[in-house]
Design a protein around this ligand. Structure first.
Ligand SMILES: [Zn+2]
Length: 389
């Protein structure tokens, strides 16, 4: 009996010990996250009130977080009396994350700090090649950027490789990205040459994730439709990203809209992407997007017809998506600046296709750009790191 009693006591003591360590960890993490995500100035007083913790607990944690280089004292703010309280701020350059966007015609490499600020971005015009040489060149560019900013390896959380097109979560060694190539791309080789943790993310998912990261009130529904060479989508449902069974929900580009229609990048026929990809108004006409819009500005009859046809299919895409999700469709991508000028035309077309809710604003033209993709793809590492503090 004595032995049993002793072991029960030991057990209870162990559980108590573990719990107090967990609570201490939780408090530290909660304090850091409150400083990180707060949109207003944070002081010790505010943390005590907000988190309902004792002043010594908050002060000891703040001291430890400052010693670990994670937070610092910021500016003084006005007080109602007595000593002016100091604000607390996170050390933005404590850690970094990187992103490499691989597009058919260019790559973009960027570095973001822990606060999500873009430190550097480099764009290079390279046509995609599914080859070791191409991936070696990407790796060399990443290394060059790390060297330029003199960032220590231990301060780099990882790099996200951003790919247009569906990324099946069950495939981690090969990916299929129709806007890049009509064959499987061996991502295992690229992962093996980069001396950093590597993750792969879809471009539109990155935009969506980035957009909601600092959002305090994100309990709403929205669907993103990204217009580029590949047509991507992202579904935000009541505070969560909806991914479907294989993680490819939102691949609106491959909805069939014309039976036996135009050939798509996915090698099937009649997909929405075959009609609203930016290739339709550039590559297929042997011109760049800039040339297309220059000609449109000069009222070229052929180009104007093509643009109105493009807007017509875009309106069909928006209407179909709205019918399924019954929430706002946010349009983004390389041509949104030009879309803004033709919003009235697009509005009329959308209304003509809608069977209900004709009086509602069912879509919006967003102004997100490449920087948002870089930030959103780095959020994966930033969020993971913040959870460990
Ligand atoms: Zn397709």
């Amino acid at each position: 009996m004595h032995n049993l009693d002793t072991s029960i006591k030991e057990c209870i003591n162990m559980v108590k010990k573990i719990s107090s360590i967990d609570i201490a960890k939780l408090n530290r993490n909660m304090i850091y996250k409150n400083i990180y995500f707060s949109s207003e100035n944070i002081t010790v007083n505010k943390l005590v009130k907000r988190l309902k913790l004792s002043r010594p607990t908050v002060e000891n944690n703040i001291k430890a977080l400052i010693e670990d280089g994670l937070i610092e004292n910021g500016k003084h703010i006005e007080s109602t009396g007595g000593r002016k309280p100091k604000t607390l701020e996170i050390v933005a350059n404590h850690k970094y994350a990187m992103a490499c966007l691989i597009s058919y015609k260019y790559i973009s490499v960027g570095i973001v700090n822990l606060a999500g600020e873009l430190i550097d971005e480099l764009d290079i015009d390279w046509i995609f090649k599914n080859s070791k040489e191409y991936f070696d060149d990407i790796n060399a560019t990443i290394k060059k950027m790390i060297k330029k900013w003199n960032i220590k390896r231990e301060n780099l959380l990882g790099i996200s490789i951003v790919i247009p097109g569906p990324i099946d979560s069950s495939l981690d060694e090969v990916i299929y990205s129709p806007p890049l190539a009509n064959e499987y791309i061996d991502i295992k080789y690229l992962k093996s040459v980069i001396d950093l943790p590597v993750s792969v993310i879809n471009d539109v998912n990155a935009i969506g994730i980035g957009k909601h990261f600092f959002d305090e009130d994100d309990d709403y529904n929205a669907v993103y439709l990204n217009l580029a060479r590949g047509i991507g989508g992202f579904i935000w449902s009541g505070g969560h990203k909806y991914i479907g069974d294989n993680g490819i929900a939102g691949e609106f580009g491959h909805m069939k809209i014309v039976p036996k229609g135009k050939k798509c990048h996915c090698s099937r026929h009649g997909c929405l992407e075959a009609y609203i990809s930016t290739s339709c108004i550039s590559d297929e006409l042997n011109m760049t997007l800039e040339e297309f819009f220059e000609k449109l500005d000069k009222n070229s009859k052929k180009i104007t017809e093509k643009w109105f046809e493009y807007l017509d299919y875009l309106a069909i895409g928006i209407t179909n998506i709205y019918c399924v999700f019954n929430c706002k469709v946010l349009i983004g991508g390389e041509i949104t600046a030009h879309l803004q000028e033709y919003k009235k035309v697009l509005d009329d077309k959308v209304r003509s296709y809608l069977s209900f809710d004709k009086d509602k604003t069912i879509y919006e033209i967003s102004n997100y750009d490449k920087k948002d993709i870089i930030f959103g793809s780095c959020v994966y590492y930033i969020n993971k790191y913040i959870d460990t503090i």
